[in-house]
Design a binder for this molecule. Structure first.
Ligand code: GLN
Ligand code: ZN
Length: 757
């Protein structure tokens, strides 16, 4: 390892510059590629990434940050925590991918979000009768492989407390931490094994669970576990790594535990500054380069932060680190040929962040050989120039912000619903859908051809209109009450709006792993947001012109647009949300003027933006609700506002949903029965609800009887006059062959119920 100011990368993205891992995995799953090819691509990627980090002068480079699918799944395999239904699969790769993706005989393990990121991990399934045993081969192989490339890595492992806290038990018990005595010996054996590999080894134990408001018991277990692990072998230097928020309780509890160091996130957990007295001589891996966002580091600010840290920690004990794994940001800016030069100069992806670490280390240690004055100056110039550009600060937008435009709709729900019922004239149990209809190969091709300028805009419009026509005809034929246009013009619910709003930019290659081989390319919000032109009015008005039934306009809400983008960090998220909300507000006004009577404002990602610490949740809820309400505040008393959220568990956020005060909310409930719906009843939720009656994630066609039964269950919990009937979510991923019979049955079931009441 280098001496002097050291640099540390918590983890590196693994999908590859050209998404090589995605491509080879998907080829393998489709039986187009061999396993040897997968293994070869994986090895090449690891080596490439190690060497890049080495070239950039990074002192601590990870091994075992790589995964063929997911790191939690790898850890389950390391502990031999193989669910019974996969036990008999002999081949280890086949078993691994079956656990991740399911097979003919066994459903896949569940997947869920990794903290509040858009990365999803595989949830380990544990039970007390499992035979936990160490399988360290992946970890050892990768260490040896790196060493053969001339790199002594630090080894990344998900720590025992986080592993357990994020797992679930399948033996009826809820308490996963209770299994600690069973898995800790495996971790001890792991360390014993690793100690044989070298004279000195650094092990990073990821324990991000410590940044949540965990209970005292968890903190005690953390402390006792690391007490045990820290003394296994003195060749080993243990680093407890935390990220995404502050970990002050954990730091205090580890104060006298003889680990080598602690990793703290100073980007998303400034409170970590208050806990530095408890480090007691440990190394501090100071997360100062943002691993979750794409903006260039402001060196002056970071140096000030480091100075504040230095008041409490000896300079030689401070290592300059990323705030978390770089998994959450794209690979490199090198491929971005179409980005405007100035915007590109404000950005920093994984490779560029390596450079930032090195430059910051030089600046921090005052390494004059590196011409630090020039580095600092060119960095500062970027920030100075950026500040006053009209595309960053749009005076028209700024004038509107905070102006006394009403943030609330003028009327209360009871009055609104009465007025709306008069206009809409819908009977009991209005049947509708969530917005999208199948995205067929023809529709995708139509959009692609238009984008590539292979067809004219009138040819494109004709194609879209004809798809809308057939959607409308189908919906009328089967007897749905509130129709949608089907969203054929949208490739993605955020991208579609981002492309039309000022302040957004799209990268060519800014892919980030979402799960397994799946990647997303989030838009980048770099400047003040405004709406140069109406975004949906022509399309929705066209759909409405084709039917005498009501067509529901379809928009994505401000909070969701925000939560699925990389957001500028020079103003608050709350302010960006407000800007987007104003744009949506204008769109709603225009739709209303064009005669649209129902407008749905999707907030699919509302819950995703929740901070990890309770203390910060209140503020989030406040501005997120305000953003939504501001967006819909242009709706008149007669315009019905719907919202949609893709969750079933509203227990924690029912009061927030209440505050959003949408006239109708459609949600995802079909897989959880009516249990999770009860929270709406018990809280006396006043507005209308459309609980999804069938699961759109499955190709299965539900029968009329089954759907009737489902509606009956809903009626047991909620009064019939509040209920809407609809599927769980949009239908864009389904095939027409599935959608047609499913919706036909849904309407039939609804009609049968209506006749009975
Ligand atoms: N209106 C969108 C659709 O139907 C909603 C998608 C979502 O909730 N994720 O596709
Ligand atoms: Zn949904």
């Amino acid at each position: 390892m280098n001496t002097g100011a050291s640099t540390y990368v918590v983890g590196f993205p693994r999908i590859g510059e050209q998404r090589e891992l995605k491509k080879i995995l998907e080829g393998y799953w489709e039986q187009k590629n061999s396993l040897e090819e997968v293994v070869g691509v994986a090895r090449d990627l690891r080596q490439k990434h190690w060497l890049l980090q080495k070239e950039a002068g990074i002192s601590f480079i990870s091994s075992n940050d790589f995964s063929l699918y997911d790191g939690m799944l790898d850890t389950a395999v390391m502990l031999n925590a193989i669910p019974a239904r996969f036990k008999d699969i002999k081949d280890e790769y086949e078993r691994y991918f079956s656990m991740a993706r399911g097979n003919k005989n066994a459903v896949a393990m569940e997947m869920t979000k990794w903290f509040n990121t858009n990365y999803h991990y595989i949830v380990p399934e544990l039970s007390s009768d499992m035979e936990f045993a160490l399988n360290a081969s992946k970890i050892i192989n990768e260490y040896v492989e790196a060493k053969e490339c001339g790199i002594k890595t630090k080894i990344n492992v998900i720590g025992p407390i986080t592993f357990l806290a994020l797992s679930k038990r399948v033996d009826g018990n809820q308490n996963t931490l209770e299994l600690l005595p069973k898995i800790l010996p495996c971790y001890v054996s792991l360390l014993e094994k690793l100690a044989e590999l070298d004279d000195e080894l650094y092990i990073q134990f990821d324990e991000p669970i410590t940044v949540k408001d965990v209970d005292q018991r968890t903190i005690e277990l953390l402390c006792s576990s690391y007490k045990e692990l820290a003394v296994v072998n003195d060749k080993l230097k243990l680093i407890v790594m935390t990220y995404f928020d502050h970990a002050t309780e954990a730091v205090a509890s580890l104060a006298d535990v003889p680990i080598y160091g602690i990793g703290l996130d100073f980007v998303y957990g400034k409170e970590n500054l208050t806990t530095l007295d408890s480090l007691h001589g440990k190394k501090l891996f100071a997360g100062v380069v943002d691993g979750r966002n794409v903006w260039k580091n402001d060196y002056r600010e970071t140096l000030e932060l480091l100075k504040a840290i230095e008041m409490k920690v000896r300079k030689e004990d401070i290592i300059i680190s990323t705030s978390c794994s770089l998994l959450h940001v794209p690979y490199s800016l090198e491929q971005e040929e179409q980005l405007a030069q100035d915007i590109k100069s404000w950005l920093s992806f994984s490779l560029e962040k390596l450079q930032e670490l090195s430059e910051l280390a030089a600046l921090f240690s005052g390494d004059n050989a590196k011409n630090i004055a020039a580095i600092l100056e060119s960095n500062q110039r970027i920030f100075a120039e950026k500040q006053h550009l009209p595309k960053i600060v749009d005076s028209k937008v700024r004038e509107r912000i905070g102006k006394v435009e009403p943030v609330e709709r003028n009327e209360v729900f009871a009055d609104r619903v009465a007025a709306q019922n008069k206009v809409l004239g819908l009977g009991a149990f209005p049947a509708t859908t969530i917005g999208s209809f199948p995205q067929t190969a023809e529709i995708r091709k139509l959009r692609r051809d238009f984008k590539n300028k292979l067809i004219s805009s009138s040819q494109y419009e004709e194609g879209i209109h004809s798809y809308i026509d057939s959607c409308i005809r189908f919906q009328e034929d089967i007897g749905l009450d509130v129709l949608v246009h089907g969203e054929p013009e949208r490739n993605d619910m955020v991208e579609y709006f981002g492309e039309q709003l000022a302040g957004f930019v799209f990268t060519q290659n800014g892919w980030v792993q979402s799960y397994g081989s799946r990647c997303v390319k989030p838009p980048v919000i770099y400047g003040d947001v405004s709406r140069p032109n109406p975004m949906t009015v022509d399309t929705i008005a066209y759909a409405q012109s084709r039917t005498s039934k009501v067509v529901k306009g379809m928009l994505t809400g401000p909070v969701t647009i925000l939560n699925w983008s990389f957001v500028r960090n020079d103003i608050s998220r709350a302010d960006v949300c407000e800007q987007i909300a104003l744009a949506i507000r204008d769109e709603i006004a225009d739709l209303q003027n064009a005669g649209i009577k129902i407008i749905q404002v999707d907030e699919a990602a509302f819950k995703e933006g929740y901070p990890l610490r309770k203390q910060k949740i209140v503020a989030y809820e406040e501005w997120a609700v305000r953003g939504f309400k501001l967006a819909v505040s242009s709706a008149s008393i007669k315009t019905q506002i719907h919202t949609h959220m893709c969750y079933s568990d509203f227990n924690d956020i029912i009061h927030t949903i209440e505050k959003m005060d949408a006239d109708v909310i459609t949600i995802e409930t079909s897989r959880s029965g009516n249990k999770l719906l009860q929270v709406f009843a018990s809280n006396g939720y006043a507005n209308e609800i459309g609980p999804g009656v069938y699961d759109i994630h499955s190709p299965r066609v539900p029968s009329v009887e089954e759907l009737e039964e489902k509606i009956h269950q809903l009626m047991m919990v909620l009064p019939p006059e509040k209920l809407w009937i609809n599927p769980d979510c949009g239908l864009k991923t389904r095939k027409w062959d599935e959608v047609k019979p499913s919706l036909t049955n849904m309407v039939k079931a609804t009609q049968k119920i209506r006749r009975k009441i």
